[in-house]
Design a protein around this ligand. Structure first.
Ligand code: DNO
Length: 358
């Protein structure tokens, strides 16, 4: 297991590589190049320069999160081939920079959705929160303003302005779309890019839909064990995997996360681990990582990874804003660093108990 933190380059982060380097046990970052419009090729030189910057701070850059998928690929438009070709070229360039794992998502139009980015919790911290009825009340075309307005001046991954412009039309487009068409478009993409992943030893990890239920009539597919099974059967290469995000899948109270980890362990190159606290089945706040702070049992989740022989990357996911920190919502240093240390503590305890038992 390698513990990493997400980090945003080019000054678009309040957290520095030095701070990450000083976080015990953290050996690398998951990062990306933000300015490149979705669908264009990421240049090798820029990736190598970024890798060098990360390496100079004593950290690895083996994980990219995310190279986003152009909407035309998800829609299955004739123009998709050009964007897939670009995706493949980007993967070749990632390989030149030593990238081993590529996290992406295939969510239509919206990446993750929350209606509040600084929801006050009883202890005075703030967290991202989701209230289903409130989200439904939001006019999707103003959703981006609401999200970006609360981002404290930092970019919000998945809420890139260029993608927001077409939001209303894109949502309209998907209204007549079937889930079968969506699976077919996914398969088309996977069959095209997975041979490159195999050639360059880059493990692909699709991120689950967040939240994992229908929103605004958009198809949602990476939502539960059954659909993950379907997804992995679309292309059975070991390089076609998932980013196991406990918070996204765990938003659906029926998802048994440790069981999902155990079933798909050999196809999970990357894990996002965070906790959530439900107020009702479709209303939740993001919580501190500790099991006792939310609804997910972190011990059982880490144990499932450990016992499955997991040797991929783990990052603590969204943290709360604590100790007066002013950072990108979900991505401050303090709560994520506590999360990393806690998860490492669980791992160490399980490892030592296991070895003692032998
Ligand atoms: C939100 C993130 C997502 C994730 C993408 C992966 O904070 O978890 O934006 O990075 O869905 O492609």
């Amino acid at each position: 297991m390698k513990m990493i933190l997400r980090w945003f380059p080019y000054g678009d982060d309040s957290v520095t590589l030095q701070q990450i380097r000083q976080t015990p046990g953290v050996t690398g970052v998951a990062t990306m190049i933000p300015q490149i419009p979705v669908g264009e090729v990421w240049p090798a030189e820029q990736l190598i320069a970024l890798r060098d910057e990360v390496n100079a701070a004593g950290l690895e850059m083996e994980v990219i999160e995310s190279v986003n998928i152009h909407e035309d690929i998800k829609k299955g438009l004739p123009t998709r081939d050009r964007y897939i070709e670009n995706y493949i070229k980007t993967m070749e360039n990632l390989a030149k920079a030593g990238v081993k794992c590529l996290c992406y998502n295939f969510m239509p139009v919206l990446d993750w959705a929350r209606n509040e980015l600084d929801h006050p919790l009883p202890d005075g911290s703030t967290a991202l929160s989701y209230r289903h009825e409130e989200v439904l009340k939001l006019d999707p075309s103003h959703f981006a303003d609401a999200m970006l307005g609360g981002s404290r001046g930092y970019s919000l991954p998945g809420w890139e302005p260029e993608r927001m412009g077409a939001m209303a039309a894109d949502i309209e487009f998907y209204q007549s779309f079937t889930t079968e068409q969506y699976w077919a478009n996914m398969k088309y993409f996977l069959d095209a890019v997975i041979p490159t992943a195999e050639k360059y030893d880059i493990h692909m990890g699709i991120h689950p839909d967040d939240p994992p239920w229908p929103l605004y009539g958009l198809p949602k597919v990476i939502t539960c064990a059954e659909n993950i099974r379907t997804f992995l059967s679309l292309n059975t290469s070991p390089y076609n995997g998932i980013t196991l995000c406990t918070g996204s899948l765990g938003s659906n109270i029926h998802n048994d996360i440790p069981a999902i980890v155990r079933e798909f362990a050999d196809r999970i190159p990357f894990a996002h681990i965070r906790n959530i606290k439900h107020h009702s089945p479709q209303d939740f706040d993001e919580a501190a990582h500790l099991s006792s702070c939310g609804d997910l049992d972190m011990f059982e989740i880490v144990r499932a990874f450990y016992e499955s022989g997991f040797d991929g990357y783990i990052r603590p996911d969204h943290g709360r804003m604590i100790w007066g920190e002013q950072a990108r919502p979900g991505y401050g240093l303090y709560d994520r660093a506590l999360g990393a240390t806690y998860l490492e503590g669980l791992w160490e305890a399980i490892d030592k108990m296991e070895k003692r038992g032998k």
